[in-house]
Design a protein around this ligand. Structure first.
Ligand code: FES
Ligand code: FES
Length: 403
C-alpha cells in the first residue's frame, strides 16, 4: 500500500492505496464519488473523465498513486460551477442525454471546450468531444447544447481562456496541485481481507455465483463416452489447464489447485470440490472453494454441464455454465470481460484436451501451466469470438439459403 495526499473537490484527502488502484476506482470506492462512471476502462469512452489539476483526464488509466499532491475534481465538485450549470441547462433543453451514463464525462469535456474555443463550428465541437462516446443520443443534441453555451457566453462578452487554463507542458496531473483546504478527510483504509490460510476446506458449501458464463463445444464422441470420462476425476483434472490434484480423488470429492494469471496478478487457488452427477439427464455439477494466500484472494465456483447428443448420437454438444464469486486482490483485476475471456480460453483448451483424451491421445501438458490471460491472449480471445460469430452467421445464412 502507498500513502497519498491529494485534494478532491476542494477537500484534502489522505489515503493508503494499492499501487495498481486507478483513480476512478479510488474516487468511486474509497470516496463514494460515484458520479465518475466507468465504461471501457481502457481510456477510450471518456465516461470516467474528471479534472486533474483542472485539466480533463481519464481516471480509468490514471493510477491513484500518480496523483499524489494533485488536485482532483469530479462532477460532484462542479455542482455549482458556472459553466457546468449552463451546460446542464443546455443539455436538458437540447435533449442531449438519454440514459445519462456518458453525461458526467461529457459535461467535463464540454466544459473544457467552452473554456477554450472562441467561436467553434459544429465540426470543431465534434472533434473536441470525440474522446467521449455516447451510445444513446446520436450526438446532435450534445453538439447543439455545447454550441449554444459557447454562443451565449461570447454574446455576454465572456472570452475564452487561452489553453483552457493549461499553464504547463507535460502529462495531465504532473503539476502537483496545491492543497487549498484546511479540513482533511482521511479516506477509510481499504477493507482488510480476513487472514487466509491456504488450508483446504473440509466442507464445500453451496453458494450463489455473482457472475455466470455459459459456453458450449462439440466433441466427436457419444454422450455415453463423454459422460463416462467425466466420471474419471483425475482424467478431467488432467484436461483442465492449470489444474492439478493434490490427493487421491473419490467419485464425489477432489482436492487440488488451479493456477491462474490475469495480467500482472498470479494466483494458485488451493481448495476442494464436490462432485454431483445425474446419469438420467447426462448432467452434472462441480462446486469448488479455494483461496490463495499470496494474492490474498479467495473464490467459490461451480461448473454445471449437460451433454446433448448431436449427429445421430455420434457426437456430443457439451453445454457448460461456469459461475463464480471472487474476493480479494484478484477481484480488483478480474473485470467481468476479462474473466469471460479467461473462461472461454479455458473451455476451448478443455474441449481440445477432452477430444484428444477420448481419441486415445493424452492431453497437452496443460496442468503444469497456469491458465493465463495477458494482453495478447485477451486479444486472441476477442478475435476468436468475432471469427466464431462470423463463421456461425455465414453457416446460418448458407443453411437458410439451402432450405
Ligand atoms: S472508462 Fe475511462 S475512458 Fe472509458
Ligand atoms: S446518454 Fe446514454 S450513453 Fe450518452
Amino acid at each position: 500500500m502507498n500513502a497519498i495526499a491529494l485534494t478532491v473537490n476542494g477537500r484534502a484527502v489522505d489515503a493508503s492505496v494499492e499501487p495498481r488502484t486507478h483513480l476512478a476506482d479510488f474516487v468511486r470506492d474509497a470516496l463514494h464519488l460515484t458520479g465518475t462512471h466507468l465504461g471501457c476502462e481502457h481510456g477510450v469512452c471518456g465516461a470516467c473523465t474528471l479534472l486533474l489539476d483542472d485539466i480533463p483526464a481519464r481516471s480509468c488509466i490514471t493510477y491513484a498513486v500518480a496523483c499524489d499532491g494533485a488536485r482532483v475534481t469530479t462532477i460532484e465538485g462542479l455542482d455549482t460551477d458556472e459553466i457546468i450549470v449552463e451546460l446542464r441547462a443546455a443539455f436538458t433543453r437540447e435533449h442531449a442525454l438519454q440514459c445519462g451514463y456518458c453525461t458526467p464525462g461529457m459535461l467535463i469535456s464540454a466544459r473544457d471546450l467552452v473554456r477554450r474555443l472562441h467561436d467553434p463550428d459544429e465540426r470543431s465541437i465534434r472533434v473536441g468531444l470525440s474522446g467521449n462516446l455516447c451510445r444513446c443520443t446520436g450526438y446532435v443534441g450534445i453538439v447543439r447544447a455545447v454550441r449554444s453555451v459557447i454562443d451565449q457566453r461570447r454574446r455576454r462578452g465572456v472570452l475564452p481562456e487561452p489553453g483552457g487554463g493549461r499553464t504547463m507542458l507535460g502529462p495531465v496531473g504532473s503539476g502537483g496541485g496545491t492543497n487549498g483546504s484546511d479540513s482533511r478527510v482521511v479516506a477509510p483504509p481499504a477493507k482488510a481481507e480476513p487472514p487466509q490460510e491456504n488450508t483446504v476446506e473440509t466442507v464445500v458449501p453451496d453458494f450463489t455465483p455473482t457472475v455466470t458464463v455459459t459456453e458450449h463445444f462439440t466433441v466427436a464422441h457419444s454422450p455415453a463416452a463423454v459422460f463416462g470420462m467425466f466420471g474419471d476425476v483425475a482424467a478431467v483434472a488432467n484436461c483442465l489447464p492449470g489444474v492439478s490434484l493434490t490427493g487421491v480423488p473419490t467419485p464425489d470429492r477432489a482436492e487440488g489447485s488451479i493456477r491462474v494469471r490475469i495480467g500482472p496478478i498470479a494466483a494458485n487457488f488451493r481448495g476442494a470440490a464436490r462432485i454431483e452427477r445425474a446419469r438420467e439427464t447426462w448432467s452434472g455439477r462441480i462446486i469448488g472453494i479455494g483461496s490463495d494466500q499470496r494474492s490474498r484472494s479467495s473464490t467459490q465456483g461451480e461448473i454445471r454441464y449437460r451433454l446433448v447428443p448431436v449427429e445421430q448420437g455420434n457426437a456430443t454438444q457439451v453445454e457448460v455454465a461456469i459461475g463464480y464469486s471472487l474476493r480479494g486482490l484478484l477481484a480488483q483485476m478480474a473485470r467481468e470481460g476479462l474473466v469471460r475471456a479467461l473462461v472461454a480460453r479455458m473451455t476451448a483448451d478443455f474441449a481440445g484436451n477432452l477430444d484428444r483424451h477420448l481419441s486415445g491421445a493424452g492431453p497437452e501438458d496443460h496442468a503444469k501451466k497456469a491458465v493465463e490471460l495477458n494482453g495478447f491472449s485477451l486479444l486472441a480471445a476477442v478475435l476468436r469470438q468475432h471469427v466464431g460469430k462470423i463463421f456461425r452467421r455465414n453457416r446460418r445464412r448458407q443453411h437458410g439459403d439451402e432450405v
